[in-house]
Design a protein around this ligand. Sequence first.
Ligand SMILES: [Zn+2]
Length: 175
Amino acid sequence: MMTWPKQSEVLSGRSVYGNPKSRTPGVSSAKWEAENLVYVKAPFVMTFAGQKLTSGMKVHRHCAASLARIMDAIWAASGKDQKVIDHWGLSIYSGGHVFRLMRDGVALSMHSYGCAVDFDRARNDLFDRTPRFAEFPEVLKAFADEGWRWGGDWNGNGSSADERRADGMHWQATA
Ligand SMILES: [Zn+2]
């Protein structure tokens, strides 16, 4: 299993994910993006905002191979059946790298570092303590086997602002 940095280390800007901030508040560093972001394609069909996702998922290069292995494991667990993937909701991509703040309005979201991905937001929304992904242990296992943390486990006891509310659509490559 990969060893991921803690979220607090990521937020320091000194982890393997680097520092995506630029001199302009609210704007990602173009240099950091060019040096670090890559696209990962799943072996099944995905949509984003209702359109077929042709580019792949935009994430940090440091966790890209791991995300590809997760998608391969989920594809194998589905019996390589797109209908099963659709049923699980993994074919509904809800976003990877996006430069934005956490809900506390201060710290950057893990999405800003490219180490977080969201799926099927409509059925696994923020604050939902019974996210639909909980019904599919094959999906949870594939991410857990690679050491990714699931936001569906966050129940209000976390130490960071993000971890204080359930986020069942969300996985991140942090310890
Ligand atoms: Zn997310």
